[in-house]
Design a protein around this ligand. Structure first.
Ligand code: NAP
Length: 248
């Protein structure tokens, strides 16, 4: 799985799925990994876990909801390393509410972070990928971007949007050596799902043929495959990693 000397940027790497992805990509030969958090403390935590794992890379402060923060982070990356050849748009938030009660702020902040944030970051990185004639972009969507979920109109719209973005962009940049794909996790054991009530939890488990939640490392393996040379001919695809919860 050699990808030569490459810089990987993983957003939302302070914990959960993003942390597992950063650790997994950092193990790939030739990859130096930058993992983001919105806080200095979170970024320091990323630097520390990469150091403890003996991997090349560091934490970086980045708020994908803030264009100035994105610009600053990419400038810092260029200064200390290079522009990313591998970009994993993992950072995401929820603000659940039934549609009838969902206000415009709950709608906007989720779309702005999960979808517009990915747009902004890709926009900042794509020229350099085109110049290098190499790029691997993986957008982390969700099973609910395909199935829908009551109480998550904003979140599922943002995650479905990522799938549309991915397919169109894959068609635009495929000839430049850049692949753009989605990994759509199901029900994964992280802080995000620990916020569910016991009732929601057991209801979700009933819908999973494998009978268990996924682990962040199982999402990281799918991402590692998609950025590897083994997946060079896969683009515009959505890889579902959900224990059979949804089958396309
Ligand atoms: P998590 O444990 O809640 O972690 C979220 C990460 O996103 C944190 O590192 C956080 O950084 C970062 N983040 C939040 N807002 C941000 C912003 N404005 N700018 C930059 N970073 C921001 O989430 P997770 O469960 O690992 O989920 C990771 C991704 O997988 C998300 O996109 C989520 O929608 C998707 N997903 C998760 C599941 C699941 O079951 N867990 C299922 C399907 C899809 P700091 O807090 O350090 O600042």
């Amino acid at each position: 799985m050699s990808v030569n000397e490459r810089i990987a940027l993983v957003t939302g790497a302070s914990r959960g799925i993003g942390k597992a992805i950063a650790l997994r990509l950092g193990q790939m030969p030739g990859v130096t990994v930058f993992g983001s958090s919105t806080t200095e403390a979170g970024a320091a935590g990323v630097t520390e876990y990469l150091r403890q794992a003996n991997l090349k890379g560091q934490g970086i402060v980045l708020n994908i909801g803030d264009p100035a923060s994105i610009e600053q982070a990419l400038e810092e990356l260029t200064r200390v390393a290079n522009m990313p050849a591998i970009l994993v748009n993992n950072a995401g938030i929820t603000a659940d509410n039934l549609f009838i009660r969902m206000n415009i702020d709950e709608w906007s902040k989720v779309i702005e972070t999960n979808l517009t944030g990915a747009y902004r970051l890709i926009h900042g990185c794509i020229r350099s990928m085109i110049k290098q004639r190499f790029g691997r972009i993986v957008n982390i969507s969700s099973v609910v971007g395909v199935t829908g979920n009551p109480g998550q109109v904003n979140y599922s719209a943002s995650k479905a949007g990522l799938i549309g973005l991915t397919k169109s962009l894959a068609r635009e940049v495929g000839s430049r050596g850049i692949t753009v794909n989605v990994v759509a996790p199901g029900f994964i054991d992280t802080d995000m799902t620990r916020a569910l009530t016991p009732d929601q939890h057991s209801h979700l488990l009933e819908q999973i043929p494998t009978g268990r939640m996924g682990q962040p490392e199982e999402i990281a393996s799918a991402v590692a495959f998609l950025v590897s040379s083994d997946a060079a001919y896969i683009t515009g695809e959505t890889l579902h990693v959900n224990g059979g919860m949804y089958m396309s």
